[in-house]
Design a protein around this ligand. Sequence first.
Ligand code: G6P
Ligand code: ZN
Length: 581
Amino acid sequence: MGFVRAVKETTPYDGQKPGTSGLRKKVTVFKQPRYVENFVQATFNALGEKVKGSIIVVSGDGRYFSKDAIQIIIKVAAANGVKQVWIGQNGLLSTPAVSAVIRNRVGPDGEKATGAFILTASHNPGGPHEDFGIKYNTENGGPALESLTDKIFSITKTINEYYIAEGIADVDISECGTSTFSGPDGPFSVVVFDPTEDYVNLMKHIFDFGAIKSLLSRPDFSFCYDALHGVAGIYAQKIFVDELSADPSFLLNCVPKEDFGGGHPDPNLTYAKELVHRMGLGKTDPIEEIPEFGAAADGDADRNMVLGKRFFVTPSDSVAIIAANAVGAIPYFEGGLKGVARSMPTSAALDVVAKALNLKFFEVPTGWKFFGNLMDAGMCSVCGEESFGTGSDHIREKDGIWAVLAWLSILAHRNSQAPSGGKLVTVEDIVRVHWATYGRHFYTRYDYENVDAGAAKELMAYLVSLQSSLSDINRIIKDVNPDVPSVVKGDEFEYKDPVDGSVSKHQGIRFLFEDGSRLVFRLSGTGSEGATIRLYIEQYQSHTSKIGIESQVALAPLVEIALKLSKMEEFTGRSSPTVIT
Ligand code: G6P
Ligand code: ZN
């Protein structure tokens, strides 16, 4: 079959600015005529020379509108001289799997993909009236850096034409196989492949599947994995059930749905309700058969939440515990860790591990791309964020299933060291031993979602102005609660990338207390409506007698200070947050 390249006139759309995680808007916005075409053409224009003869990956979390977008992108790619488009069967590929495909999959002549359009709005709901997104990832498998996304945005503002292949019928993406067409630049093909293949191979190379399999086969071990109807389900089925022989009843919501079953595919204590219930959190009455281990993923499977029986592992603790246990439990890290990193609002639990193990340590702004730079330079092996993202340098995205396999590996390793025939070493045991060794960082995050954008800006500006006087800050604190330690420093976080020297400013407002406690305020970069204010509250405790108290109890005084200091209710009109994690 042949096609011709048609040049179509277009006019720019406002606001096609890719954020931290790509262009994310309501489906109704994406459905406007030429909206997808403009953005994809602008991306190809920004990539320039690299496009002709390249291989481009296109797939995502399977949310509503993905299938339409895939057909459009195939045609725009063909007309721009792309040689091959690689698509996961049914248009599915998790974000970490895309990263693995870009880095590892090879074409017929041994060539690799140049980049990928990932079709996802991550943890945001999906459906005709919900969110869609397009994110471009580059050669290293990571999200495009700001230099590229700025260029794309500036092109979208003046775009007046796009190319599209005419004469190509819609490609059947429900079956694996190759469709080839002849075009003005030579043959063009669409390759549909098994979306689990590259990713599963990579996981087998990183982890000891035999050891995990033995853990899963213990009669006293049970597990529940909730994919929240996102794309993680297909990987969970393949890895946990087909490869590791887990009981299929361990899988919850593992069939991907275009609208995530009407839910909010975000793995946290608020939205992963069914899992939280099964794991017995918030209940004191004895429930039969609570699984020993629970985990969930977001829509595109890069986020994770880890739970034990009636026990929540904070993401900040999770990365610290993985870093502390990686060598010995995970074959990929046999040679040691090159370094570790966390985002600024993430608790300092990882810092303590880095210090104790004498590891290179980095504190970066929120956003996975900052880790990517460190990893490309060989400076970081394990990293994580409070926003339920954990990962390593095996790819350049955070990785939800990887985090679960890391935890299963640690559980398997600890149990293999325990006396045989003894009681199971649980998630809670591992966390409590960690706290006893390194101290505990009590941590919570308050989210005020969909706040008036002007009010949110005013609150942030007020906090910055407050920071000019430490004595004013401490006066407010002492008035509220004289027992709370003083603030010794207030600033806006700024980061100079040690690899490329770039400087990122205004990355969050920090109040640092003399006992190491912290309050951080930042505006979310991923919302699609109004503004979301995030308040992060952290307190370090190394006294063994105090480590076991309830997190909400330990943090209550700091929460009160944070709300008073920021005049949260006055600015936002909200007396309580929408989500607490
Ligand atoms: C995405 C990024 C993460 C980041 C998170 C922050 O998930 O991939 O690296 O931590 O957004 O979101 P926020 O809404 O707090 O800006
Ligand atoms: Zn995600």
